[in-house]
Design a binder for this molecule. Structure first.
Ligand SMILES: Cc1cc2nc3c(=O)[nH]c(=O)nc-3n(C[C@H](O)[C@H](O)[C@H](O)COP(=O)(O)OP(=O)(O)OC[C@H]3O[C@@H](n4cnc5c(N)ncnc54)[C@H](O)[C@@H]3O)c2cc1C
Length: 480
């Protein structure tokens, strides 16, 4: 128990210096300090908070679960500004309504992907657009275009058919397919730049059973041969994730040794419901004894993505994820791999451990800021995207190594972006280049016009959004 004198001292200190809140992302390398963490109890309280802050022009960063690799969800650090700066989480908005007639689910912004999928399962419902893990907040995941793998399925955001959003003045706007279909294209992947989304309505399906088959393949250092084989497999399997090639750090030679084998999983619809056993092996997330041939059956949720128990490693890692027309996949993946190898001599920090390439496919869409938007695609292309991910995993959490690997990761986009019409994942290490963004996201001017209406005083803007999107009217957002 605190003695009265100490309590008084703490109260005085609080009054003198105010309280502060330090925000960290999932692996603690993205951080900022703001004045407070605000978690309104409901939409009205969130609107009230925004109304109070608007005249003061306070900085406001709405966050989900901070499960990203870049500075997208960073607040304006209060050492940089005279204004107040807040992190807002809508975690308390937990209402949910299932409409089986329309096959829709409407839910508050507080729902995490895992909890939502568990409720859907109990109600014999599902959706098939899931990332590898389910640890994100649903709105946070949708807001960056989080995705799984499938040439005929879109990202998580593509199933959104309506939402409620508060602008910087606390005004509520309802956007849906019926009343404002064009604006929905801006709000599906909104990067937290268009306001506080308080509720979403998504399309769902009846339970979908899948068979997941895992195969082990031989790797070869002739990457062109290997990736052409993989590109062929993408023609044969609509839903497939390739985990490989894998490289192990060789401390003696200070280079990456190619592992002789890698594995892939593909998913097929089935009506077999005798077992649901994909979660007994977490290889959907690369955990466990993954390099072995096997199959399992499950609801698509557990067949294609991992519950939190399947998160086997939380060592630091750097990661890039790039989307490009699938027609360019084999050549691009070959060049990415050779380029990574050319970087190896510069990886001179300790604790490198494993490097995994991961490949997926995804159907293109028309969300303005979706990494798989089809607005600038040549009509001769299919509209399906290939995805190249590289993970540099450490054996020990060391910031120097993490930061060096992240610096090297930044080099891939300038190197290959133009050649292969590459768009990076918003929450995975992109170097800022607003000219490039405009080229790959032709609807950016429309997005920014809505951004201005929603946020006239640039309160939702942080350094990431200002520099990535080139929001010139917000050049002085810190002091505006
Ligand atoms: C280990 C790991 C594995 C991953 N695997 C995948 C994968 O398989 N596929 C994939 O595509 N991505 C993957 N990601 C990336 C991840 O899915 C995205 O970064 C996702 O956006 C994180 O969601 P979050 O809830 O943590 O959101 P945050 O990072 O907290 O926020 C993301 C964005 O959403 C905005 N936002 C949050 N809530 C609201 C709201 N209520 N209203 C308006 N805007 C809001 C934020 O402002 C921010 O711009 C992975 C990330 C990690 C760290």
């Amino acid at each position: 128990m605190l003695v009265p004198k100490l309590t008084l001292l703490l109260v005085l200190l609080h009054a003198a210096f105010g309280s502060a809140y330090r925000w960290f992302n999932w692996q603690y390398e993205v951080t900022c300090e703001c004045d407070a963490y605000i978690a309104p109890q409901n939409e009205e309280a969130a609107a009230e908070f925004l109304k109070e802050q608007y005249p003061k022009g306070s900085h406001i960063k709405v966050v989900g679960n901070g499960h990203g690799f870049g500075n997208l969800s960073t607040c304006v650090d209060n050492s940089l500004t005279d204004k107040s700066s807040y992190i807002v989480s809508l975690t308390n908005l937990k209402h949910l309504e299932i409409n089986k007639k329309d096959m829709t689910v409407t839910f508050g912004a507080g729902w995490d992907v895992y909890d939502l999928t568990e409720v859907l399962k109990v109600n014999n419902l599902t959706f098939s657009n899931l990332g590898v893990e389910r640890v994100q907040n649903f709105v946070g995941a949708a807001s960056t275009g989080t995705h799984g793998s499938g040439s005929n399925i879109g990202n998580i955001a593509s199933q959104i058919i309506g939402l409620r959003v508060l602008d910087a003045q606390g005004h509520l706007r309802i956007i849906n397919e019926k009343h404002n279909a064009e604006e929905l294209k801006a709000f599906r992947v909104s990067l937290g730049a268009l306001g506080l989304i308080t509720e979403m309505t998504i399309k769902v399906q009846p339970t979908l059973l899948m068979k997941r088959t895992t195969k082990v393949l031989n790797a070869t250092s002739d990457f062109s041969i290997m990736y052409n084989e993989i590109a062929q497999l993408y023609k044969e399997h609509e839903r497939m994730t390739v985990w490989g090639p894998h490289f192990d750090w060789n401390a003696k030679t200070q280079s990456w040794d190619l592992e002789p084998t890698y594995f892939l999983s593909y998913w097929e619809l089935t009506d077999y419901d005798g077992v649901r056993n994909c979660s007994s092996n977490y290889c959907a997330n690369g955990c466990g004894d993954c390099k072995k041939e096997y199959f399992c059956y499950d609801d698509v949720i557990d067949a294609a993505s991992c519950p939190p128990q399947g998160v086997c490693s939380r060592e630091f890692y750097a990661e890039i994820e790039h989307f490009l027309p699938i027609e360019y996949f084999a050549e691009a993946a070959t060049n990415y791999t050779y380029y990574q190898q050319s970087q190896t001599p510069r990886m001179d920090t300790p604790y490198n451990y494993l490097m995994v390439m991961q490949h997926r496919s995804l159907k293109g869409d028309d969300a303005y800021m979706s990494p798989v938007n089809t607005y600038n695609l040549d009509p001769s292309l299919s509209g399906v995207f290939g995805i190249i991910e590289i993970d540099w995993i450490q054996e020990y959490n060391n910031f120097t190594t993490l930061w060096q690997n992240q610096e090297l990761a930044y080099e891939f986009l300038p190197k290959f972006g133009e050649a292969y019409n590459v768009r990076p994942h918003w929450n995975k290490m992109n170097p800022p280049n607003a000219t490039y963004t405009l080229e790959k996201f032709p609807m950016l001017p429309k997005f920014l016009a809505i951004q201005e209406r929603q946020d006239p005083k640039c309160q939702f803007v942080n350094d990431f959004l200002y520099r990535q999107l080139g929001i010139e009217r917000c050049a002085d957002f810190i002091s505006m």
